[in-house]
Design a protein around this ligand. Structure first.
Ligand code: C2E
Ligand code: MG
Ligand code: MG
Ligand code: MG
Length: 291
């Protein structure tokens, strides 16, 4: 592929770029400009331990505050960034943001596991482990504090190459998490082979858990499977107390979802984390009552 330095100093990869489409080119230059203009924001969504109610981590989710289009959701630009290869810049940018925030939170008493989403393109980059290692050193963040979320479909493109990148990240001490579990292919084969620590059950199985018997069975057996393999389980898409309680009863480890909080602008997260113990009592009642 041809790599070229744009006027912003950002490297742009024109791999598989449909150069015939001027719309593609304009979105790409718009996205390049957005980084420099500070329009991209990292939001954080809390991950809570179902047993203790404690805040244990957060997931970084990218947002684009566009001057004319308003708040652009990730699904409107991440797939595009993946196609053009630009995602690799976005990923490193998100990692830098997270590594800057992590020590600030730790200094305020919130030593959390912060997670960043990786895409296929990231997993194809044999230099990714070195790039991350250099950043961890620069920001003085221990590798255990940076979790990487990967989907099964991101591995599928070139499993051997993805597995070698993941093996190196694992050897460096970064915890790996399988995202959107249950929506991809060959779930069980990858679970066995990859050095993952965490499994996130896709929200499509969680959102109607309290009403759909089929979802309940799938979630219950997924939690059992994960625990048998020694993995921690996160349920995504926990939207209400009923679902929270079912998951707690099933022994699920962590919950993430609108019931606890929507993703928050990173600069509001610290205040949220500090207020969580009171909020927790309001949402869940006294620790005994929550049982
Ligand atoms: P994901 O990694 O599975 O992230 C979880 C998504 O579920 C987020 O959507 C989050 O806002 C949403 N969510 C959380 N709790 C609830 C809930 O209770 N109910 C419902 N209905 N939704 C909930 P979001 O932020 O729109 O992100 C969508 C996807 O875009 C992410 O799915 C991830 O695949 C991708 N994405 C977001 N940020 C990044 C990024 O920085 N890098 C990469 N590669 N992908 C990203
Ligand atoms: Mg994720
Ligand atoms: Mg997910
Ligand atoms: Mg998802």
């Amino acid at each position: 592929y041809a790599a070229k330095r744009g006027s912003s100093g950002v490297m742009v990869y024109h791999e598989q770029l449909d150069s015939g489409s001027s719309q593609t080119l304009s979105l790409l230059s718009d996205l390049q400009r957005a980084i420099g203009a500070g329009e991209l924001r990292v939001f954080l969504q809390p991950k809570i331990a179902l047993g203790s109610g404690e805040l244990v981590g957060a997931e970084a989710l990218l947002r684009w505050q566009h001057p004319t289009r308003g708040m652009v959701p990730p699904l409107d630009f991440i797939p595009f960034a993946e196609q053009t290869g630009f995602i690799r810049h976005l990923t490193l940018w998100v990692i830098d943001e997270i590594l800057r925030i992590s020590p600030q939170l730790a200094a305020q008493g919130h030593a959390l596991s912060l997670a960043v989403n990786l895409s296929t393109r990231d997993l194809m980059d044999l230099e990714l482990p070195d790039k991350i290692g250099e950043r961890l050193a620069r920001f003085a963040v221990p590798p255990e504090a940076l979790k990487l979320e990967i989907t099964e479909s991101a591995i599928m493109d070139d499993p051997q190459r993805a597995e070698s990148v993941l093996a190196r990240l694992h050897a460096m001490g970064l915890p790996l998490s399988i995202d959107d579990f249950g929506t991809g292919y060959s779930s069980l084969a990858y679970l066995k082979r990859l050095p993952v620590k965490e499994l996130k059950i896709d929200r499509s199985f969680v959102m109607h858990l309290d009403r759909e018997d089929g979802d309940h069975k799938i979630v219950r057996s997924t939690i059992d499977l994960a625990h048998t393999l020694g993995l921690e389980v996160v349920a995504e898409g926990v939207e209400n107390l009923a679902i929270w309680q079912v998951l707690r009863g099933l022994g699920c480890d962590l919950a993430q979802g609108y019931f606890v909080s929507r993703p928050l602008p990173a600069d509001q997260f610290e205040a949220w984390a500090t207020a969580w113990p009171q909020q927790r009592e309001r949402l869940l009642g006294q620790p005994e009552a929550a049982l």
